[in-house]
Structures are given as C-alpha cells and as structure tokens.
Design a protein around this ligand. Structure first.
Ligand code: IPM
Ligand code: MG
Length: 358
C-alpha cells in the first residue's frame, strides 16, 4: 500500500477544530479507497506553545519537518500575541524556509452555494489565483530607525528578483496549460510602481514567449477588483505578487461565498521540501470553541494535498463528496447561511465518501 507521512500543525484558534475535521474526512477516504495510508504526526506548535516556551516552534522544527511528504496546517494568530511574532515564528518560517514559492488559491462557486454576485452561475466563477509566496512585499526587508522619536522612520522594501519572478511566471503559465481555457491574467501595478512592477511585467512578457498556447493579458490590480466582481467568467489562471494576491484572494473567497471555504497550497514545485496545505481563513478567535467553524476550506485543502501527493482519484472523490454536501444545501455552517456545525458538515462529507462509487 502507498504511504505518505503528514505533519499536522493545527496551531491556533479554529485551526485545531478544522484540522481535526480534516483528518476525520481523510480517514474516511483512506478506508473507502483502501489504496493508500497517511501516517500523521501531530506538532503542538503555535501560540499556546509560545506562551509556554517563548517560541512558536522548536529551533530544529524545519529540520524535523523536512522528512515529511506534506504539511497539513491549521491557522496562526492570537489576540494576545503580536501577529508578526506568530506569523513569522511559524507559518512564514515554514513557507520561506522551505522555499514554498508558489501559493495556489482556487476560487470556485461550489454547487448550491449562494455567492454575493446576483447573476453568477458556478461555471462563471472558476479561476485560480497564483500568489508569489517567497518575496515581493513580504520579503521582510526593511527596518526602523529613530525608534520612539518624532523623526522615527520605517521602511518595508519590496524585493523582486529575476529568479523569483521568472519561476512564479513559469509556474502560472504551466498551470494555465493544464486548464481547458488556457488563459493567464497577470496582475500588476506598473503604472505607479515603476521599478519592481515594470520588471514583473517584462519578465511576464519574456516567459510568455515560451508558452504560445496560453492567452495572456495584463491588468492593474485596482481594475482587477472590479473585473473579479463584474466579469469573473473572464478569469482562468491569475498570477499576482505576494501582497496583491493576498488581497485579491480574500475578495475571491467572498465571491465564492465565504472565506470559510477557501483553500490554499504553499508549494515547492521542485519538491526539494514538503509543501504545506492550509485553509485561508485564519484563526478566527471570535468563533473558537463554538463548533461552527466551516471545515470545507480544510477539506478542499486536503484535496489539494492529495493531488500534490499523486493521489488524484482520492482527491477527486473527496471533492465530489464536498460538492454533494454543498449541492444538498445542508448541513452548512453559519458563514454560508446555514445552521450546521463543524461536526455535522464533517459527518455529511464522510457519509458522502462512504456512499461514493468506485
Ligand atoms: C493569507 C493571510 C496571511 C497573509 C496573514 C495571516 C498574514 O492573510 O494567507 O492570506 O497575508 O499571508
Ligand atoms: Mg490573506
């Protein structure tokens, strides 16, 4: 039997609830498929760990994670600890330490989900945002001078490297090649940001020459917000910088009905390191312990993890089970207008898996 080692890091807030639900569904899937095993090891890292040890993860954390086939991640963030401490101490440490430079965020209106766009049908909202995940505005490059004085200054420098931009463009073009429509929209802001963003555009045009089969267009990030709302059907694959894609992907999740269903994969396409799979929604402390966190983002994330591991059939089975539950209209959690609990949605997806055909 094929076997994969998975590092589960539920971390903070509803992270524990949704990763627990995700593992339950994955267990049902393994039983149903009978073809592969996931060997899951749990790591207690996160803000609770920080309170006890002063560290978000152990100093040898990356070394220990390295041998896993994938990382299944919950959420980081705690109301009492500064966000930059929790984020850089764990999630970004993994993303950057393992050079997971491609962040993939599918946006799809699942059957039965009522999104906020009045006229949108499921087939109108079906695109993938590729987020540059290793540099750009999240490079951590900058500093503070004259702290506490009236002349205090802070800089936050965006870094764009030829290697970094080229590899994310290639990834996006290659992804576009696998899609029926073969379209790529490059998001930019080169009208105002005349160094990094002009460079970004130039490299997009260079890489495009290697992909004559892909129809590429370019759009400014501000105009992109309106296009996503007014003409989502014109989008197929979208590539954007770290910050632009961060913002646009929240809008994407809203268009798809809820932040509670949006999945993401932090991928090292060269497979030198494990890739990391997580829901986009974050730790959501306002609903912790209420049992109403939407587990669908984590289930969809598990679909992406299975695809990455090469278990395409199991991935498709899980996605069908999710869609069967959304299409039925219940149970769904309150963020989707339902009255269901995390547990009920999880049970419904497990039942759909058990009832699914070979
Ligand atoms: C995301 C999140 C994070 C990000 C936050 C938690 C810093 O919003 O994954 O989109 O901006 O990268
Ligand atoms: Mg975000």
């Amino acid at each position: 039997m094929r076997s994969y080692s998975i590092a589960a890091i539920p971390a903070d807030g509803i992270g524990t609830e949704v990763i627990g639900a995700g593992l339950t569904v994955l267990e049902a899937l393994q039983e149903r498929a009978g073809e592969f095993r996931l060997e899951v090891e749990h790591f207690p890292w996160g803000s609770g760990y920080y309170r006890k040890t002063g560290r978000m993860m152990d100093p040898d954390g990356l070394e220990r994670l390295k041998r896993f086939d994938a990382i299944f991640f919950g959420a980081v963030g705690d109301p009492e600890i500064p966000d930059d401490v929790t984020l850089w101490g764990l999630r970004l440490a993994i993303c950057q330490g393992f050079d997971q430079y491609a962040n993939v965020r599918p946006v799809r209106l699942l059957p039965g989900i009522k999104g906020p766009l009045r006229d949108a049908r499921p087939e109108d909202v079906d695109f993938i945002i590729v987020r540059e995940n290793s540099e750009g505005e999240y490079s951590g490059n900058g500093g503070r001078t004259h702290r506490g004085l009236p002349e205090e200054v802070a800089t936050e420098t965006s870094i764009f490297t030829r290697a970094g931009v080229t590899r994310i463009m290639r990834f996006a073009f290659e992804l576009a090649m696998t899609r029926p429509r073969k379209r790529l929209t490059v998001v930019t802001k080169s009208n105002a940001q005349k160094h990094g963003m002009v460079f970004w555009d130039e490299i997009a045009a260079e890489v495009a020459r290697d992909f004559p089969g892909v129809a590429m267009d370019k759009i400014l990030v501000d105009a992109m917000t309106t296009r996503m709302v007014l003409k989502p059907s014109s989008l197929d694959v979208v590539v954007a910088t770290n910050l632009h894609a961060d913002i646009l992907s929240d809008l994407g999740a809203a268009i798809a009905g809820s932040l509670g269903i949006a999945p993401t994969a932090n991928i090292d396409p060269q497979r030198r390191f494990p890739s990391m799979f997580e829901p986009i929604h974050g730790s959501a402390f306002d609903i912790v312990g209420k049992g109403i966190a939407n587990p669908i983002a984590t289930f969809w994330t598990a679909v992406m993890m299975l695809e990455h591991l090469g278990e395409g059939a199991a991935a498709a089975r899980l996605m069908r089970a999710i869609e069967q539950v959304t299409a039925a209209g219940a149970p769904l959690t309150p963020d989707l207008g339902g009255r269901g609990t995390t547990r009920e949605v999880t049970d419904a997806v497990c039942n759909a898996i058990r009832a699914s055909n070979a």
